[in-house]
Design a protein around this ligand. Sequence first.
Ligand code: HEM
Length: 353
Amino acid sequence: MTARATDWTLALLVGLGFATGLLSLVSGRDGDAWVFVLHGAGGAALGLVTGWKLRRVWRRVASPRRWDSRTTAGLLASLLVFATLGTGWVWSSGGDLFIAGWNLLNWHITLGLLLSLVVYHHAYLRAKRPRQADLANRRQFLHWAGISVVAALAWRMQRPATAALGWDGARRRWTGSYEAGSFTGNRFPSTSWVADAPRPLAPDTYRLAISGLVARPGALALPDLDASDKLVALLDCTGGFYSTQEWRGIEVGRLLDGAGVSPLATHVRVISHTGYRWSFPLAEARSFLLATHVGGEPLSHGHGAHVRLVAPERRGFQWVKWVVRVEAHAGTDLGAAASTIWSSSTPEGRGER
Ligand code: HEM
């Protein structure tokens, strides 16, 4: 492979890791498994091409007299690649390590984002346009085909290999998450990437508002929300754990029909006391639950008391906690993702109101 083709392949593989990594955060349905396949196989290909490149530049690296600023930058980038790949592989093999309070998946994501920034910056400053010989060339094509086949095989072998070695990695879900206790009531982790820390809401004055495209907007008290609708659903947190629980409360469809939802409504917005919110297509959200109980126990504060959304096949951060408002809209909510950034700095998000 030519030097320029190697560099472009490295940049594209880091881009693939970045894009599929971000996409993995919103992938929870069975049909989304390809995201993780591409992520894992792309990572294996990145390891191979980085090894290839290091072999080529090794003579210069091995004699520090020949180093220049580019050698140092290149070595730092390779270290970042190996740290990102290493944390990803150890996590997916079952490595249950915490470093400075973070598990390996959180370190992996942080290192992956840093690596993507460094590579993007480097490409912006120094990228040289690929020439004909770097692209339309039979040898290049054979190299790329070879790398793809070896990377796909490495990905395919990863799970059976961890199983044969008796490592925990074989027990992870296809999303990379590990089970953290199921059917345990409130006793499962209540982690959150959003730093929302609201005060506990008083049960007597708590109300759930329903508004937007409904004929009868209103506010329901807690006893009205325990309609005994039940749902067994798996919560898969992007922090790397999952838990299956029996949830009880009121189905979103039943709630909206009770309020006379308009035929014009296409989306449902679910809003937390902190301002955090998420929007879902109405057809999907009808079967979601607004839960007041888990495993027969009233929800604990950490799990979103008094009402949290249960959204099967959506990732944990979309299961909005401390829900105080449900709105019907004729369109999606483009600002919802931004609330993951600002909700923790509202007085309600900081627990002051
Ligand atoms: C940009 C560079 C990145 C590279 C090269 C990379 C590579 C890898 C590799 C090789 C694995 C192990 C997969 C396996 O063995 O099946 C992995 C796991 C994982 N990565 Fe990344 N990653 C990157 C960035 C990210 C980012 C930015 C995110 C999220 C925002 C992310 C999320 C994950 C998750 C959730 C897993 C666990 C999946 C599993 O166990 O199958 N990665 N990554």
